[in-house]
Structure formats: C-alpha cells, structure tokens
Design a protein around this ligand. Structure first.
Ligand code: GLY
Length: 322
C-alpha cells in the first residue's frame, strides 16, 4: 500500500472514530416563581429560547465546537431583557447590577469565570477570554473590567441595564426584607445557561447571571463557581445550574451530578433528579440542565417552573416553562 493511501486511511479512520452521531444542546433561562407570567410573556420567552436553540444547534450540526455553541447561546440570552443575565440583570441593594458568569470545556477542563462585573455587555464572552488569554480561572470586579478594556471586550454604560421592571422587583424585595419576610426564590426571572455535546464528543457548559435582587454589594453566587454553577467533563456530563446560589455552592451541585454518574454509575436523569430532591429537603430551590456523552438530556427543577429547552441529533426541539 502506498504511503499516501495509508496516511489517508489513518486520518479517515481517526476522524471517523472520533466523530459521533450524537450531539445536542440544552439551555435554561432560570428556575423560580413562574405562576404569574402572562401569555404574552410566556410566548416571548419561549420564542427566544427556541430561536437560540435552533441557532446554536446549527453551529453543532455544521461540526462546530460545543464551547462555541454554549458561548453563543448564553450571549444571545444575555442580550435579551427577558432573563436575569447581561441586559436583564437584576439590581443589588445599592441599585446597580453586578454580574457573574463562567464557562468550561470538558475536553481539557479549560475554565474561565468573572464575578461582580458592572459594565460588560456579555459576561460569558469575558469569562471565555479569561480562560483562553490569561493564566487564571477567575477575575472579579475592577480587575476584570480593566482586562476587558485591554482586550477590546464590549463595555457599556450602566444605562444599558436600566429596567423599570427590575427596579420594581428591588423595591418589592426591600419592602419584604424590611417586613422580615424571607424570600430566597427569584421572582419570575432567572439565571441563564447552556450545555452542549459536539460531534467530536466534547462537552461544554456555560452559565451567566445578575444574581439575586437586593443582594449585598460584592455577593457572588454559584454561577461563576466551577463545580457549582458550571461543570463540563468529557465522557461524563456537562451541567449548568440555576437557583439559590449559596446552596448550590455548598452542595457543589454541577460537579455532584457528574460525580454520581462517574463513581456510582447513575444515569444523568437519576443523578440530577436525586440532587434536586435532596436540595428541596433543605429548602434550597432551583434547577439544572445536564447533557451526557450520548446527548441524553436532563432538566429537573424543584420550583414551580424552569425556563428550559433542548434539541439533539436524536430528539426534536423541546421548550417548556412548567
Ligand atoms: N444562581 C444564581 C445566583 O444565586 O446568583
């Protein structure tokens, strides 16, 4: 056999073995109290989730990477005022937005995160730049914004995040706090996230949030914490969480889903449902989306709703809130 033919066969076989028929993506737009959403709001949310999924799926269908797909999907949701991330971020107790985000590639455990940033249009893009262009995993506050400026990431005025609705939420949260009413659940607006598997078997995950209305300045939730809000591990699973961040940090929720698959041989559905039930038992509210190495998807939640959707090479577009 000629050397050229042999070389062709090796390259062909390697790429054949490494590509998979299974690929797909899931996204979430937060878990919480959804009972009072109007039909119009529901429609807008479902349209945005469908549109985002279809576009992100096209990236994967064309052979694009899962890290590109999750970054794209989360940035799309960050640009929408419908979700608590990027443009729609809620106000902290000082009346400003402080955003957190993280992204991870299961191929090589590349991970990047930003926290407490105030003027970055797309926190998820900055998180990826932290992973790819620095020797660190997380940058916070002013340091993160200086880095963003140096690399030409889009910086916006705080006016960009102005929202009447979110100001009302802040007012309501302050009034509740003053009256001594405890309310951890986010009111109808949530963190965003995406998980994906590409044709090369690479799993990625990304999460972005404005955190909790009326949070203390400087408070950081689970979304930028690798292992809590975001986790990706090739051959096992990818997870993006949403919910009461403090609990998701203490229970290392995203990594825990994958650990139970890896060490206890559970499937993705059992593993993620179990954890959400355990959280419910301690009054920790939230949900998560997860994908495994065969493009099986799980999207459990223990609240009355979670904005979510998925599309894979073996399952049609599916979008739901309740
Ligand atoms: N899960 C979002 C947060 O607690 O900030």
């Amino acid at each position: 056999m000629k050397v050229k033919t042999l070389l062709f066969l090796i390259i062909f076989q390697t790429s054949y073995i490494m590509s998979s028929d299974n690929f797909g993506i899931a996204v979430h737009g937060g878990a919480g109290v959804m009972k009072n959403l109007s039909e119009e709001q529901k429609q807008k949310i479902e349209n945005k989730i469908s549109d985002t999924l279809i576009k992100a799926y096209t990236i994967l269908e064309k052979g694009g990477s899962s890290i590109d797909a999750v970054e794209f999907a989360v940035a799309e949701l960050e640009d929408s005022p419908l979700f608590n991330a990027g443009k729609g971020s809620v106000y902290n107790s000082n009346g400003v937005q402080e955003m957190d985000a993280s992204i991870m590639s299961g191929k090589d455990r590349m991970a990047g995160a930003v926290a407490s940033i105030q003027r970055i249009k797309n926190p998820i893009k900055l998180a990826r730049k932290v992973a790819e262009s620095t020797e660190h995993v997380m940058l916070v506050g002013e340091g993160a914004e200086i880095f963003a400026k140096n690399i030409g990431e889009t910086i916006v005025d705080q006016d960009y995040f102005y929202s009447e609705k979110n100001l009302k939420r802040l007012k309501k949260a302050k009034a509740k706090k003053n009256a001594g009413i405890q309310s951890a659940t986010q009111d109808k607006i949530g963190t965003v996230g995406a998980v994906a598997l590409d044709i090369n078997g690479n799993i990625s995950a990304a999460t972005s949030t404005g955190g909790m209305t009326n949070k203390m300045p400087g408070r950081v939730g689970d979304s930028p914490i690798i292992g809590s809000g975001t986790w990706a591990q090739n051959g096992v699973c990818g997870v993006s969480s949403t919910g009461h961040g403090e609990y998701f940090i203490k229970y290392q929720v995203a990594r825990e889903v994958c650990a139970r698959i890896e060490y206890l041989d559970k499937n993705i559905s059992t593993s993620s449902k179990e954890i959400l039930n355990e959280l419910k038992n301690i009054d920790a509210e939230g949900g998560l989306i997860a994908i495994d190495s065969e493009a099986n998807i799980a999207m459990p939640f223990n609240t009355d709703g979670m904005i979510r959707g998925s599309i894979t090479s073996k399952s049609i577009l599916n979008v739901a809130i309740y």
